[in-house]
Design a protein. Sequence first.
Lengths: 375, 375, 302, 302
Amino acid sequence: MNLFEYQAKELFREAGIPVPQSRLITGTEDIAQAAKSLPLPWMLKAQVLQGGRGKANLIRKAADLQQAQREASDLFASPTGVRTVLVEEIVPFTRELYVSVTVDPVEAKILVLASSSGGVEVETLSQSAPEKLLSLHLEPGKKLLPFQARNLAYGLGLEGKSAISCSTVLVKLFELCAGADAELAEINPLFVTSEGEVIAGDGKIIIDDNAVFRQPRFQMTRDHFSSEVEYAAAQEGIPYLQFDGDISLMCAGAGLTTTVFDLIHDEGSSVANYLEFGGPNYRKAVRAMELCLANPSKVILIVTFGTIARADVMAQGIVDAVRQLKPDRPVVTCIRGTNEEEAFAVLRTAGLEPIFDTEEAVKKAVALTRGEGQV
Amino acid sequence: MNLFEYQAKELFREAGIPVPQSRLITGTEDIAQAAKSLPLPWMLKAQVLQGGRGKANLIRKAADLQQAQREASDLFASPTGVRTVLVEEIVPFTRELYVSVTVDPVEAKILVLASSSGGVEVETLSQSAPEKLLSLHLEPGKKLLPFQARNLAYGLGLEGKSAISCSTVLVKLFELCAGADAELAEINPLFVTSEGEVIAGDGKIIIDDNAVFRQPRFQMTRDHFSSEVEYAAAQEGIPYLQFDGDISLMCAGAGLTTTVFDLIHDEGSSVANYLEFGGPNYRKAVRAMELCLANPSKVILIVTFGTIARADVMAQGIVDAVRQLKPDRPVVTCIRGTNEEEAFAVLRTAGLEPIFDTEEAVKKAVALTRGEGQV
Amino acid sequence: MSIFIDASTRVLVQGITGNEGSFWTSHMIEMGTEVVAGVTPGKEGQRVHGVPVFHTVRRALEHHGADAAMLFVPPRFTKDAVFEALDSGIRKIVTVADGIPLHEALEIRSAAKACNALVIGGNTSGVISPGKAMMGMFPYWIKRVYAPGRIGVMTRSGSLTNEIASMVVAAGFGISTLVGVGGDSVPGTRFAEVMKLFESDPETDALVIIGELGGTMEEEAAELIASGGCTKPAAAFLGGRTAPEGKRMGHAGAITSGGKGSVREKVAALRDAGVLVAERPSQVGECLKAIMRKGAAGYAEN
Amino acid sequence: MSIFIDASTRVLVQGITGNEGSFWTSHMIEMGTEVVAGVTPGKEGQRVHGVPVFHTVRRALEHHGADAAMLFVPPRFTKDAVFEALDSGIRKIVTVADGIPLHEALEIRSAAKACNALVIGGNTSGVISPGKAMMGMFPYWIKRVYAPGRIGVMTRSGSLTNEIASMVVAAGFGISTLVGVGGDSVPGTRFAEVMKLFESDPETDALVIIGELGGTMEEEAAELIASGGCTKPAAAFLGGRTAPEGKRMGHAGAITSGGKGSVREKVAALRDAGVLVAERPSQVGECLKAIMRKGAAGYAEN
């Protein structure tokens, strides 16, 4: 689960990592209230999860109240769907750093990264100036010790108070990462002021989805999703991604679904939604088809090759769904795996022609989007 | 710092370790109030830090209110100085276990101990039935994993629910030990009920004195000390132990003070108080002598052999103390170490005859307690 | 024997009394796997499909030798179960749990590396050597998918594996061992580590890698081949070629970020190393035939 | 060279700019110790008694080789400083800090053991080889206490050490090396470990152990001697013979509990192992003379 910038900064503040003063607003009408306690000029930062907000013009500067109101109303009107805006004091800085804590799956260690070139993406950093990117590996379960943080801070070329401030922040960020079950805890940029203070300019925290059960503080809310359907699927526990193409995927198994996704594009067609109803969801065919029907797609393509997710059970679910929901568009089925013969029989009883081959099913679905080979 | 049983049980409860229901009372008058919410019969347990409370008759059973009042008033009148009593429900049990977490200084590991013979001291256990004492070493920083706790619980011969309950308690006790900076976290006995529940019958937690600064919850209070002088010394940060003999020790260096303590006993005399004013306290001669004078001792014996605790500084402090406090008993001084020649001169200016040899000083002090060789 | 398990491997099943544990234990036995004991705390004395159950791994091993541990244990208890097996000296472990917390997965892999153990999973179907033995959950009963043979298969996926394996078999080949390393971002064992086992396996002639977007496992495999650490001919199929940046495609590990982990890069790396990469599942059989011919030609040249 | 330090040992001082660090650095230099560099974060570029100061151990070692680290660092920062020295490859460390949290002391000893390092302390005066070099805080200027010679001394105490050392010198002997292992309950290095160093030290003929109540260090020393791990003649003096059960006598480690750690037991163990135990400080000189005669007789017998 990705946290919004304001949530990440909330965690930073509690961990003792300095952050700019700010107010969170949910509408232009909150601007006046914010101005009472937060002196201008401001940065207005749209709270959306996508990267590159600067380039997307989702971060605005406001010198006075009028400008702030104008920019805010503009942000809230953005087609991206901006629901909250962080109003933040402007921090004068002399340098920008990059610091993060993440995991290294190959070495099976925690990885601390620091660079003296903050404000750009770490991937850019690692390609353009790898010599500027310092790294440190730690055994899982170990803490980052202050001396290790100092080695990084002095390694970045910091001196005086800023070196101490930066190493303190590193130690705290490291603890935050483990404590919050984070996949990534990143401060970018970390501002260095002329007084040697450091302040988190922006923050990115990704909570491990497999550990959210013990991180009850942050819940997925409607704000995390760009559409109602995505939100509904998430609440159901059904993996779902929204696209805007022609074919609704309703498949089982991440790898197989992804492969079908590729095959559709190879055929020159497009995907309306990625939906997986395998694993724990294999009895949820009705709900899955409902979610597909919420899209303006032209065809529903069902491909499975299940083991525990038995083919006959899934086929029965699909038949139930078709009977109950009476889809207004063609449904293509390619159901294989445990008890596949029974599955074929079940599908046929409902007038669904079972296809045996994935690529054939894809071709069929694509043809249907073009009005060819209507069943 | 030793915690009282009721404090240990407070930590147990918060850690999720079951404890008997109880009320803490500070006078017999609280009994009636306790009876309103805690059904009889009860155990009344004097909250003192000494071991062997059972044998010392500091734990009483009370079947009804009258008996409870009688026993409580008896406990509060104890010469030991009982200031609080824990009134506890009686837990019917089928077995008593022993579990503890402590440190092994040789192996440099955390040591978990468990025995199926609870209710007796672990030292007795380790001598009488070492085969019944299971142990497990863990690297510092590691957690006790549930499977390790289960290995111990099943190793004790537990079955069914009690094995699971016991291993859960072990995991929690282990976390408590590290989290509370404890030298020792012990549950003895750990009751096993006929339903397979486990309940902490008694608890002992010793917080590492070097870490109390980050364990602000528990403070040393007057209750921890058997006399006002001990309490006053502790607040001053001066190591002090109360005895009831003839000679007040005012020495510098733990090893040297302890040696002087032995030498006095070798000479057939006795110590009124052990007091160390070396190290960080070496400029506190006046306060140290005040504490000595608060005892009905016959002689004050001062022995030092300091490095940083400079002899001349200590001598000057002693001279100041003598001038200011005008002790009503003889003062014997044996001050050596850095700048010892200057120290001798300083002492002589105040009419104190410096002795150069520790054993000679002890002999002199002992003689003085017997009225011999008055200076 | 096969690289991980065969009919003589003595398998201990942790979590044997649960629904999943019991169900798949019966299938593992049916397929020929020697399941010697099971473990579920509190259930000692029971039997599951004739297999005796013990409270702890330690107690089970007092009565039965075991070479490998199969875990049907919920994700939150997986770390504990893996450490219990490792602590008892077991060095081959398969865990199917889907949802192991990331930092615990890291600890699992770290502990396994430290004692030279192999932990396969989590979020996997496990390991199968068709016709011999199985640790995990495969539809071995579908013979058009799980036929014995001399092709070693490695995969990050479940149902896609069935799809690709069916293509291998349709092309006239069979599988020596199939290892599902799992779809998590920190699997206990990685492709390159499995490949080293296949490299020294006399029962395996060629490899099929079933990869997907995200992570660097395919790149590591390519690097191993390029550096001469794996000399057997290899084909591959990768899902997610057209996946958009930053979207998690089902598996925790299946995500690209900042341009890293794209299938395009993976395919390039594999091809540079000499791996024949199929564009679609139906090409896998042809690819295999091609590399086997080339491999044979290669041998002839020597 | 002496067992831990001599005039050629290159010493790095962590916490050199503090009052204590600066004061004792000047004395260490005066006594002949080769102090090559100092470390205090934020103070790089300064000099303390001519010694250049660096932000970190790593940066200091880029300019100066060092064989040992001397820590004048507050107890709460000692673990960090020890780990910093270990991380840079330094394997001899002395820390005088009084008040290191117990669980951190445990981590320090554990880390030192893991990389075969010697950490002396905390809560100690340190190590001195009179006439050669010093790491710590000893009144070497009192010649009646710190005279060079061929007796190795180990101690848990500070001022008692001055007392006993004065007796050693009064009896006509001198000190090869004196190691204060410190008064904490978890010292970084224990008597038996120091004894092994003395055993192979050609400059040491006999040992003096200055012990006290609490812990098991004296018993371990006795065991080492009894098992033949230390063959040099030894005398001992122990404080706290008459100490009451359960009272902490000044040092954190100086406490008996449940009958364990009593001086009576320690003396019995040492005597059983052949150590001559003095009843009072003034007997130490006589004991030393006796064991040296016996030792010489022993050599003559061979």
